[in-house]
Structures are given as C-alpha cells and as structure tokens.
Write a protein that binds this ligand. Structure first.
Ligand SMILES: [Cu+2]
Length: 101
C-alpha cells in the first residue's frame, strides 16, 4: 500500500513538469551540445553548470531566459519550427544552435 502511494505521488510530480526532450548544459562558457535538433512541441531544459550566471538568449529575440544563476535551470517549449541561434548576453563568444522541425 505504501508503495502504491509512492508511485502515485511520483506520477503526479512527473506529470507536473514535462520531461525535457533535450538537456543543454551551459558549461565552461559553452552550450553543450553546441547544436542539436528537436521537434516542434519539445521542451528543452538548459542547465547552468558554471559557477557564474549565463543567459540563454535567441539571437532573433524569440526568447530569453534572463539571468540564469549558477546551477539553475530554465526550460523552453519550442512551438515553431526554425533554426534558433543561441547566445549568452554576458559572454558573446558563447554560441549555440537549435534546429526545430
Ligand atoms: Cu554566459
């Protein structure tokens, strides 16, 4: 009985936060992976592994995480197909690319 309750609680928690289709790490001033392809409707989670803040900013202006402190994460669900160039506004040399199709 206790196990059944635990499984139910886990199911509720899992439903509340959609599982990301892809996790991109911000690590050593880089997006890792630097480029990837996901599908329309996919959620991508960005995790800042560095010991200082970054941002996840679309060069086109389509989205912007704002300040992302160390060890924090931010998720975005891609609703439109396209090619998204990513950058960090604090570190212009940080560049990434996501293709959504
Ligand atoms: Cu940065």
């Amino acid at each position: 009985m206790k196990n059944a309750l635990a499984i139910l609680a886990l199911a509720v928690l899992t439903a509340a936060a959609p599982k990301p289709a892809l996790v991109v790490h911000l690590s050593d001033f880089s997006f890792k992976p630097a480029s990837a392809t996901v599908s329309v409707g996919d959620t991508v989670e960005f995790v800042n592994d560095d010991a200082f803040p970054h941002t996840v900013t679309a060069s086109s202006g389509a989205f912007d995480s704002g300040n992302l402190d160390e060890h924090k994460s931010w998720s975005y669900t891609f609703k439109k197909a396209g090619t998204y160039a990513l950058m960090c506004t604090y570190h212009p040399n940080m560049k990434g690319m996501l293709t959504v199709r």
